[in-house]
Design a protein around this ligand. Sequence first.
Ligand SMILES: NC(=O)c1ccc[n+]([C@@H]2O[C@H](COP(=O)([O-])OP(=O)(O)OC[C@H]3O[C@@H](n4cnc5c(N)ncnc54)[C@H](OP(=O)(O)O)[C@@H]3O)[C@@H](O)[C@H]2O)c1
Length: 303
Amino acid sequence: MGTSKYPLAHETTRDAVLAAMEVGFRHFDTAALYGSEPPLGEAVAEAVRRGLVASREEVFITSKLWCTQCHPHLVLPALRESLRKLQVEYVDLYLIHLPVSLKPGPPAFPAKREDAVPFDFEGVWREMEECHRLGLAKAIGVSNFTTGHLDKILAAATVPPAVNQVEMNPAWQQRKLRAYCAEKGIHVAAYSPLGGQRWSGSEGNAVLESEVLAEIAKARGKSIAQIALRWIYEQGVSPIVKSFSKERLKQNLDIFDWELTDDDLIKIAQIPQKKIVKTADGIFSTEGEFTSVDLSDIEILEE
Ligand SMILES: NC(=O)c1ccc[n+]([C@@H]2O[C@H](COP(=O)([O-])OP(=O)(O)OC[C@H]3O[C@@H](n4cnc5c(N)ncnc54)[C@H](OP(=O)(O)O)[C@@H]3O)[C@@H](O)[C@H]2O)c1
């Protein structure tokens, strides 16, 4: 279950996580940036109190290191702060949120272009490994990394990244990246599996408004969301889907006792491709200049 929502409401988020646990969700995705660590932590503690789960160990928590802390000396303090907010002793998975390093400071979104600085892949990954060695992160990984960024991490790694969490759905299928990750033994997790939330307004949703998916959904008596999530699952990828509605949460889990047909898969393979999140206009403000990095080094779109 994804927990990112803007603006974030503490109680709504906590109650949605509890509702998700009631219907069976066990993996919760958060990040320092989202502000959802405190309500998620509160929900997990409450779930244990209510007996929804026997203990915190039954829940899988992923959190992420924000770009302003992508500096070797800030990695461990950032994780400790996330653990404090989550009220837990460890996270199950800790990810570098983006292959982007910003000048240290409080998180600001969108970021200023002139705040981007060269990413110390070796130094930052060494400290991620330290988080793992200390048992504060059971597994470590990355998010939004292209094959080029992964090459740099793998060249420096003693512990390779367990996971790369990237935008993936039927309208952005990530074939090249998935083939690379399969070869290197890196598990892929899919964010925005339903085409994401409309962060920037007017553009349509390439998944929920897809005619191809609508046709398959109708023929199979499923919702479009279920077709998208099932397709991701059949690729061996873990979908991370956000819903704060109990009905839709239930629907999003009801994908395990049926399959897509070969004909469905052929149709889905032909869906036109369009990525939502890009570096220059998604993460950074459109104003200002990159003064210390080349945009090509931090671009997260890979054809
Ligand atoms: N690593 C990264 O850089 C990164 C980037 C983006 C997201 N993420 C993570 O991935 C999670 C999921 O991605 P996302 O939040 O961008 O979007 P998403 O999961 O693709 O889409 C969520 C949107 O679809 C709606 N929805 C959910 N289930 C539905 C259903 N069955 N039928 C129709 N609509 C449905 C939700 O609204 P309701 O709540 O009203 O149901 C929500 O507005 C995030 O919450 C976050 O944890 C990570």
